[in-house]
Design a protein around this ligand. Structure first.
Ligand code: NAX
Length: 330
């Protein structure tokens, strides 16, 4: 058996937490010979529910699950963790403006960034709680002891959604769709880049020649999929979000094959695609396969259509950064 991997999950008693924890514990992600320790981090009011989930985890008798602990402060919950999956945040209430939500949730990530700086050093941070790009920006700014590259926000769900829509339209298996980059914000301005994606090794635009569908229905279906799920299910995406989080971790753990990429929101270095330095922006990235290193793919050719859309999502992220500027440590 190897050294245990320690994983903290905030919002562990929530919907996504309930789908995520069992897969993390099962050996599927870190391997059959790697013990996993799970730190369930919750608000005091949800601690009882987290206890119930922990009981079910025990009842699965996973061979790789070494330890489960429950914490009601991030300082304790993040102690010595290798992965911090920041899922917990406040949902948008009726009549609440987006900027109010950004400000309200921002405070959570100020505290969690500071707690990470005190409690962990060798840690990958994956922010799922919305607005995930800006929450990751806040956590990263409040945790200057850990390299900014270790802070990521999740756009893998958007990539998976986009891949499935293209596969369905083309009548092929979803595995045929590759290199589908999501650019920008995890919001309705995100850019699902069909122009650089392939289906069975051919350009998407050669396989699906209905350009109006690609620029119209495809785009809006992906951008508004979260809202469509809420309208249908009465609750937001949970199992698919947990699955995407698992996919992102797996992508970071394996070297991305040459010529391929996946989507992840990471700090821009300011040297590509006119994205200002520091913004947590979804790019096509390649993992170096050591579990922490990755590079932004910088030679993707963008059409005028894509550049315009990427400009819009960049503008939105800059506006979000302005809303939370008081929470960002210089
Ligand atoms: P739930 O409301 O089911 O669960 C959230 C949990 O977080 C609750 O148990 C709550 O007690 C806990 N929580 C709140 N503040 C906390 C804090 N400061 N510390 C620890 N725990 C805290 O939400 P769920 O459906 O699980 O969604 C969680 C977040 O994921 C939401 O912000 C949601 O918008 C976001 N999503 C992000 C997605 C993405 O692709 N990046 C997609 C799915 C999802 O919409």
């Amino acid at each position: 058996m190897r050294e245990p991997v320690r994983v903290a999950i905030t919002g562990a008693a929530g919907q996504i937490g309930y789908s995520l924890l069992f897969r993390l514990a099962s050996g599927e992600v870190f391997g059959a010979d790697t013990p996993v320790e799970l730190n369930l981090v919750e608000l005091p009011a949800a601690a009882k529910v987290a206890e119930g989930t922990a009981m079910e985890l025990e009842d699965c008798a996973f061979k790789t699950l070494k330890k489960i602990t429950i914490h009601d402060t991030p300082e304790k919950g993040f102690e010595g963790v290798n992965w911090a999956l920041l899922v917990g945040s406040k949902p948008r209430g009726p009549g609440m403006e987006r900027n109010d939500l950004i400000r309200d949730n921002g405070h959570i990530f100020v505290g969690q960034g500071k707690a990470l700086a005190r409690a962990a050093s060798n840690v990958n941070v994956v922010v799922v709680g919305n607005p995930c790009n800006t929450n990751a920006l806040i956590a990263q700014h409040n945790c200057r002891d850990i390299a900014p590259t270790r802070f990521t926000a999740m756009t893998m769900l958007d990539e998976n959604r986009a891949k499935y829509q293209l596969a369905k339209k083309a009548g092929v298996d979803v595995r045929e769709v590759q290199n589908l980059a999501i650019w920008g914000n995890h919001s309705s301005t995100m850019v699902p880049d069909f122009e650089n994606a392939t289906i069975g090794g051919r350009r998407v635009t050669d396989v699906i020649t209905d350009r109006a569908w690609l620029e119209g229905e495809f785009f809006t279906t992906v951008q508004k999929r979260g809202a469509a799920i809420i309208a249908a299910r009465g609750k937001s995406s949970a199992a698919s979000a947990a699955g995407a989080c698992i996919d992102q971790i797996k992508n970071l753990l394996r070297k991305t094959p040459a010529g391929e990429w996946f989507s992840m929101a990471v700090a821009s270095d300011g040297n590509a695609y006119d994205v200002p330095a520091g913004l947590i922006f979804s790019f096509p990235v390649r993992s170096l396969g050591d579990g922490k290193g990755y590079e932004i793919v910088k030679d993707v050719k963008l059409s005028d259509f894509a550049k315009k859309k990427i400009g819009e999502t960049t503008k939105e992220l800059l506006e979000e950064r302005e809303v939370v500027k008081n929470m960002l440590v210089k």
